[in-house]
Design a protein around this ligand. Structure first.
Ligand SMILES: NC(=O)c1ccc[n+]([C@@H]2O[C@H](COP(=O)([O-])OP(=O)(O)OC[C@H]3O[C@@H](n4cnc5c(N)ncnc54)[C@H](OP(=O)(O)O)[C@@H]3O)[C@@H](O)[C@H]2O)c1
Length: 360
């Protein structure tokens, strides 16, 4: 496999740092460009992030030596140096949309962590185990953008990365009709830790702006289908969500209730979870977990601290499946929000795009 040269746009931020860490020693990808705002541009990466490095592992040496480029002004120069970029920036939605399109139009594919293009109808929003076929929309998007190579692909929101994978293999098999979801979300999802957000110590905030809408709507695009160059959303099941911010550093948990047209037994559900694998496993992508869905039988699992890093933070942990009095069943599930839910999910998507020939 050839090594792809990659850039990280927004490399100084929380998600950007995750990308930089994940790219160290990646078998297919080599980090050659880091870019951020004009505030950081022109300075060595190591110097800019040394007082704001939030990862558990040290700043990779090779990244520390790179000079930060200007994400908005150096687009052509960056496109020359890389095969594609990851993007995770904190800017206004319209600015992010324009920035990502500018990279795509410079013939530099963009794998984005941002939400700005998630609802653009010809931009695939992909979880490689769930809807890998949506990348087939890319030729239509290239036609609209007038590009040969350039395109934008995005990952979905971190809140749904635990419960949509758990619901997915049950959805068609047993006719999932509805789901009620309460999420308990870590503070790193807001780009914060306990030092930068001390108000979160010993506290729960029952509001995360825009999160409930994303948690209810985005699954419908993931379960949608390509029709005439657009992704048409699924119209079932109905999902209702409530999202809370809890005092946890990393790891989003969800309590889920679900009902079916053809109610399976508990054993059938657990067997379906255990037996499920997707395109990422078939292709043996480097970041794919060997087992995507892990079911725990202990009544007090999964727990955030013991399970969030399962399979390098790329697997989903499930437990406490039991009958419910108002829905058919209820369970809990957990995923790492900045690994599977953010940078790790985007790296896996980029691996899928490489393996399927979209980055050549
Ligand atoms: N944190 C998560 O778990 C998570 C999960 C899913 C999605 N997201 C999304 O990922 C994106 C980044 O989140 P984050 O938590 O990493 O944010 P962050 O820590 O605030 O980092 C923001 C990054 O954007 C750069 N930036 C800001 N203004 C810019 C500009 N005008 N031009 C170019 N670059 C600019 C910053 O560069 P400077 O350092 O130079 O200012 C920094 O690299 C956001 O869209 C967020 O919604 C985050």
């Amino acid at each position: 496999m050839k090594k792809y040269k990659v850039g990280v746009i927004g490399a100084t931020g929380m998600v950007g740092q995750r990308f930089v860490s994940l790219l160290e020693n990646h078998p297919w990808f080599e980090l050659t460009v880091v870019a951020a705002s004009a505030r950081s541009a022109g300075k060595p990466y190591g110097e800019v992030v040394k007082n704001r490095w939030m990862m558990a592992t040290p700043i990779p040496e090779q990244a520390a030596a790179l000079t930060i480029m200007n994400a908005s002004e150096d687009i052509a120069a960056i496109a020359e140096k890389v095969d594609f970029v990851f993007c995770a920036v904190d800017m206004k939605k319209e600015e992010i949309q324009a920035l990502e399109e500018a990279y795509a139009k410079a013939e530099c594919p963009v794998v984005s962590n941002n939400s700005a293009h998630r609802w653009t109808p010809d931009v695939p929003m992909v979880v490689p185990e769930i809807n890998p076929e949506h990348i087939k929309i890319i030729p239509w998007q290239r036609q609209r953008l007038g590009t040969k190579r350039g395109f934008i692909a995005v990952k979905s929101n971190c809140s749904l990365q635990s419960y949509v994978p758990a619901l997915h293999p049950l959805r068609e098999k047993y006719g999932l009709t509805k789901a009620l979801v309460c999420t308990y979300q870590a503070i790193s999802g807001a780009g914060k830790n306990f030092t930068t957000w001390p108000e979160m110590v010993d506290n729960v905030i029952p509001y995360i702006g825009g999160e409930e809408e994303k948690s209810e709507r985005e699954p419908m695009k993931l379960w949608g289908r390509i029709e005439d160059g657009k992704i048409v959303n699924a119209d079932w099941p109905s999902i209702t969500a409530q999202c809370l911010r809890v005092p946890v550093s990393d790891g989003h948990m969800a309590a889920v209730f679900m009902s079916f047209d053809r109610k399976p037994s508990e054993e059938e559900i657990i067997e379906t979870w255990k037996g499920f694998s997707g395109r990422a496993q078939q292709l043996e992508l480097p970041s794919a977990p060997k087992q995507f869905l892990h079911y725990f039988t202990e009544p007090d699992r999964p727990q955030t601290r013991t399970e969030r890093n399962l399979e390098n933070g790329m697997a989903v942990s499930i437990g406490r499946l039991r009958p419910d009095t108002q829905y058919d069943y209820k369970f809990v599930c957990l995923s790492h929000n900045t690994l599977r839910g953010a940078a790790g999910g985007a790296v896996l998507l980029a691996e899928l795009l490489c393996a399927e020939g979209y980055m050549d």
